[in-house]
Design a protein around this ligand. Structure first.
Ligand code: FAD
Ligand code: NAD
Length: 402
């Protein structure tokens, strides 16, 4: 009897953990597993706000996939998925076509622009190693340019759209980075402006308690961040951003952190989607195509009360465990296990040494919260690469992002 072929699309949190768990748990010659990813490395999206601002090197946010998987057990294919054909059980890559018995989709998210004019053309977003290298270089370039063309305040004005977790974490790092850039480029710090524009009445997601939100916003304001709250970005232009009040903020730098949607390949493949994401069954499978498991930002899992859980790395990792286990159960003809989300809490950084968070019901803030966030990062590195990876990415790490 031929072995089942499992194809995993995307080596992000959900896809990579599925692959690592299958590698660990499958028996010899039990199945063939192919992992497809568009880069030869896995990147930790949860770190990307730091290299985007330039407070850390992008090398610390990525790991070669060949260092994480055993290629005798998992075949790795560096390629870009172009089309998923679930009815035919095929995946079209840029250079070949794969057929599968079971598919795992972990292709992550895309930036949600809500159709805001000019957003795609004039704003940057924190999505990948390539995008954060670009943002960091652009910020430095604006500082350099401000010295060449005097009296252009827009070169030293930085606008971040959205003050959810991504916007807040990036703004915190950027504010920490500004004093260094001012010294490097002989710029008076009084000339630099950071605006964080947020459509809702406060920064940080509404799920956090009010006192933590107040603490977080106070920390940011003390770092020099100016909030524009209850204010939506209506358009982006080559001159800057236009707010719903009609005000134009002249800027050479727009970073958009206004939200995400699932990878568009799922909608194109005919899956029923809500903002690009697929509501999955209790075992993380598509209702339409039960041979397909969907993890991470591409999926929607609801609480027992029916509320969708936020898309984050924590749930994607747990889904990776569950998808791998259910694939093994299926191949072995055993009963599937429903996915139960074990929410451990959320911590958002406010720059290098500060953070706020809620661990189940316990509130944390300040340096202690920042330490906990670093421990969460270390725990993930341990999970995928053991102590050597913690050593390489957090202790003996690549310096000099400047
Ligand atoms: P991803 O991790 O995004 O991985 C998707 C993978 O698919 C990537 O490797 C990509 O290269 C690959 N891919 C995409 N398209 C293709 C294609 N066509 N062909 C081949 N490969 C493709 N969550 C938390 O829980 N805690 C945090 O502290 C946190 N911090 C964050 C900070 C920032 C700045 C951001 C932007 C997000 C943060 N998140 C955090 C959210 C979290 O990173 C995401 O929810 C998580 O990455 C989703 O994992 P995933 O497996 O769905 O996709
Ligand atoms: P988000 O959707 O959570 O936040 C986007 C923010 O942009 C919202 O506050 C929204 O009101 C605002 N916004 C939308 N349109 C706007 C407009 N036109 N003008 C101004 N503001 C506008 O998106 P995110 O922050 O990128 O987070 C995405 C997911 O990743 C979430 O599920 C989040 O929990 C997760 N995440 C988690 C962490 C963490 O745990 N530390 C960090 C980053 C992201």
């Amino acid at each position: 009897m031929s072995k089942p072929h499992i194809v995993i699309l995307g080596a992000g949190y959900g896809g990579l953990v599925t692959a690592i768990r299958l590698q660990k748990k499958m028996r010899r010659r039990e199945m063939d597993v192919t992992l497809v990813n568009k880069h030869e490395y896995h990147y930790m999206t949860t770190h990307l706000h730091m290299p985007a601002a330039g407070t850390d090197h992008h090398e610390n946010a990525r790991v070669a996939i060949s260092d994480l998987i055993d290629e005798r057990k998992i075949q790795f294919k560096k390629s870009t998925v172009q089309q998923i054909l679930p009815a035919e059980k095929k995946v079209v890559l840029e250079d070949s076509v794969l057929t599968y018995d079971y598919l795992v989709i972990g292709l992550g998210s895309e930036t949600e622009t809500f159709g805001i004019p000019g957003m795609r053309e004039y704003a940057m977003s924190i999505k990948s190693i390539n995008s954060v290298r670009f943002i960091r270089q652009h910020i430095s370039y604006m500082f350099a340019k401000s010295k060449m063309v005097p009296n252009r305040k827009d070169y030293l004005t930085f606008v971040v759209g959205g003050a959810g977790f991504t916007g807040t974490e990036f703004v915190g790092e950027l504010a920490d980075r500004i004093p260094f850039l001012c010294r490097k480029f002989d710029v008076d710090p009084a000339h630099v402006r950071i605006y964080n524009v947020e459509a809702s009445p406060s920064a940080l997601p509404p799920g956090l308690p009010d006192d933590l939100i107040a603490y977080g916003m106070d920390v940011m304001r003390r770092k020099g961040v100016q909030y524009k709250l209850s204010t939506a970005i209506k358009a982006c232009t080559p001159e800057g951003v236009i707010l719903d009040s009609g005000e134009l903020i002249r800027t050479g730098t727009i970073v958009w952190a206004g939200g995400i949607r699932g990878n568009s390949l799922l909608q194109e493949a005919g899956f029923d989607v809500q903002r690009g994401r697929v509501k999955v069954d209790p075992y993380l499978r598509s209702y339409q195509f039960p041979d397909t498991y969907i993890t991470g930002d591409c999926s929607i899992v609801t609480s027992p009360e029916g509320t969708p859980y936020p898309a984050n790395a924590q749930i994607a990792v747990q889904q990776g465990y569950n998808a791998a286990r259910n694939i093994l159960q299926t191949v072995r003809g055993k009963e599937l296990k429903p996915f139960v989300y074990d929410y451990k809490g959320t911590v958002a950084s406010l720059g290098r040494w500060d953070a706020v968070g809620l661990l189940k019901v316990k509130k944390v803030k300040g340096r202690w919260a920042s330490f906990i966030k670093k421990m969460i990062d270390a725990r993930y590195l341990f999970l995928i690469g053991g102590i050597p990876l913690i050593w390489k990415k957090m202790i003996w790490k690549q310096k000099g992002a400047n």
